[in-house]
Ligand binder design. Structure first.
Ligand code: NDP
Ligand code: PYC
Length: 331
């Protein structure tokens, strides 16, 4: 492992993307997402993803000078057209108009379309909670996961993220999880490092349970968390982040992909709710704190997202795998 400051991660990501043709706005937004992931200890969506972003620029599939734009489709429905760029800039462009809409209407949703997504989802919901709103987001990916009982990949790893604002300067409750037992990125990291994955992560090309990540990646499929329950969540993410907002399913994203190793085309569904408007008062915050405090006070438990926030509080430096830096250097 190499030790790097968060600023050095940011500079490496931004400089690399600029060298491969991304403009300042796009390179900056992707680099901030990557540096935030490394800072918080989300290694599968930090510098590990930089080569994929570069490959998509190099093949010309994703625009490095995309200019995302937001407009209202209805009083509580925002559309963000990502202009065929990477998702992070489109999500930054989404933030202010979505917050304004949710404050005015009490609730608002955004459909972010024509973007290429390779990131964690907690940044966008956490930003909403920092603005005092309850946030929720989901996106599709590529077909990696079989519907419950099946052996054919149809669903993406389809993450869902949620955030809840907290009073007294506390960081929001913000968590983010794939619909698969393990995120694709983590299966890839296990394969790279020659480590087995737990049972239940995936099956091999013959449909046998396996702990070999390479067998899952090479013709096998991943499984949803919690059997048919996670499978139903993965299905709903397909519908909400694709049909509902006018974008592609994971299997349609694969059909549109040139195999360059970069992020798939797709959309993101984002919901923002004003808790004061929804609860009809301001008691929601103290009431919410009462259940969070019970979890925090219980032996053996922690709040989801607490590991990330504890990592963030250290201010770095962060540890980055030598293999990741070697791949970036080789570009
Ligand atoms: P994890 O299983 O690592 O974690 C899921 C959530 O559970 C996190 O919020 C985590 O908090 C929390 N958590 C973990 N352990 C505990 C515990 N013991 N008690 C309480 N909470 C806990 O995430 P995944 O592997 O499922 O996903 C990783 C990332 O991959 C996500 O950020 C996701 O957005 C991203 N992803 C992106 C995709 C895309 O298409 N763009 C597709 C699939 C995944 P904490 O972080 O604090 O540990
Ligand atoms: O880790 O499952 C994953 C993933 C898919 C797309 C981006 N990350």
């Amino acid at each position: 492992m190499a030790t790097m400051s968060v600023d050095a991660v940011l500079a490496l990501a931004e400089g690399t993307l600029r060298r491969f043709g991304a403009d300042e706005a796009n390179a900056g937004a992707v680099a901030r997402t990557i540096a935030g992931a490394e800072r918080d200890g989300s290694a599968s969506h930090g510098l590990f993803r930089l080569p994929g972003y570069v490959k998509a620029l190099r093949s010309g599939r994703v625009k490095g000078d995309a200019a995302p734009a937001a407009h209202a489709l209805a009083p509580g429905i925002l559309r963000v057209d990502g202009d065929d760029g990477f998702a992070p800039l489109a999500l930054e462009v989404m933030h202010d108009p979505l917050v304004a809409m949710a404050r005015k209407q009490g609730i608002a949703m955004a459909g972010v379309i024509r973007t290429h997504h390779f990131a964690a989802l907690w940044p966008e919901v956490e930003r909403l909670a920092e603005a005092g709103l309850v946030g929720m987001a989901m996106t599709q990916a590529m077909p990696y996961v079989a519907p419950a009982g099946g052996r054919e990949a149809l669903f993406g790893t389809n993450p869902q993220a949620f955030a809840w604002p907290r009073p007294d300067g506390k960081p929001p409750l913000a968590f983010d999880q794939a619909a698969s037992t393990m995120a694709r990125g983590d299966v890839m990291i296990h394969a790279r490092d020659g480590e087995p994955v737990p049972h239940g992560v995936g099956i091999d090309r013959d449909g046998n349970d396996t702990t070999d990540p390479a067998a899952i990646l090479d013709g096998g499929v991943q499984l949803a968390f919690g059997g048919y329950k996670g499978s139903a969540i993965a299905l709903m993410v397909e519908l909400m982040a694709s049909s509902l907002i006018g974008e592609r399913f994971s299997h349609e994203a694969r059909a549109a992909h040139n195999g360059d190793g970069g992020p798939p085309v797709g959309g993101e569904f984002v919901l923002a709710i004003d808790p004061g408007a929804a609860s009809g008062g301001d008691g929601w915050a103290a009431h919410g704190e009462s259940i969070l405090a019970r979890i925090e006070g219980m032996e053996g438990t922690r709040l989801p997202g607490a590991r990330r926030h504890a990592n963030r509080a250290t201010g770095g430096p962060v540890e980055v795998a030598d293999a990741v830096l070697a791949e970036i250097e080789a570009l």
